[in-house]
Ligand binder design. Sequence first.
Ligand code: SF4
Length: 313
Amino acid sequence: MTSGFKYSDSNKRYHTYSYYIRQRFGQRVFRAAMDIGAGCPNRCGECGENGCIFCSDGSTPRGRFTGISPEELDKIYSDACEATGSKAQGAPFIPYLQSGSNTFGDIEAFEPVYRQLLSCDNALGLCIATRADCIDEDFADLFAELGEQTYLTVELGLQTIHDETALACGRGHTLAQFMQGYELLQSRGVNVGIHIINGLPKENADMMRETARLVGSLKPHCVKIHNLFFEEGTRIAEMLRRGEVRPLERDEYVSIICDQIELMPPETVIARLTGDADRRRIIEPEWSLHKLPVLNEIDKELSRRGTFQGSAL
Ligand code: SF4
């Protein structure tokens, strides 16, 4: 049964990424997540040394990206495509620069990487994850140019609009800095994705709703939302052990997520509503390992409310 929501052909009451991709490309397109060795200014000392408290990137902090050979990049791309599994063999891909801040370094180092990935067999677009404080006019201009040629998305980690939470989480940049980077991209018509985390230390449901309200008002191309999870080796795991923070219960999360969906414009693609915790390292919450039941509960709750994405606008 279809939900009747404008951007859905299933029971979904929100604008899913798979729906968007099917409409745009007429087929399934896989994302090939890859690590080209980009660093993070929040781990190498430029704006912080310890990283975000939930950062699970336990590797040695990397500095500004200085480049990679075409052969190395080719290998990273084919390995990433293979890692998506046999169901994706021969299928089209969107290369996804997921690890690190993929604009942290000179544009001359990054531009050949973006262009080479776009020229790969089966590549139908490009997704670039980074921090808003690593976007300048030159990157924004380049993304505007590439965005005219392909399906390009730049994903920015915001997590929360509340600076006091961001400070407590060691995010290393303020909402004002985020807005500056966001506006540089938006003014040039670049597709921007925004990441939100629910359940950060000392945040209540009202604060999470305020984050969604402001993010929705920015009309981003897509949003990704997940709950905070606690993984071995992170500072947030130590806080959990000291009793300074608690994981959200599943019902709480579902209720907050539904409120947030109602605050998003219908055109914004909801690219994710659950996280991908590392099974070998997760401590809590156990429920977040089971994505399907969480997504089903979200569907049921929206149906029970009789609401859709954008209902609360
Ligand atoms: S911005 Fe990303 S890579 Fe950098 S410390 Fe935070 S979570 Fe880790």
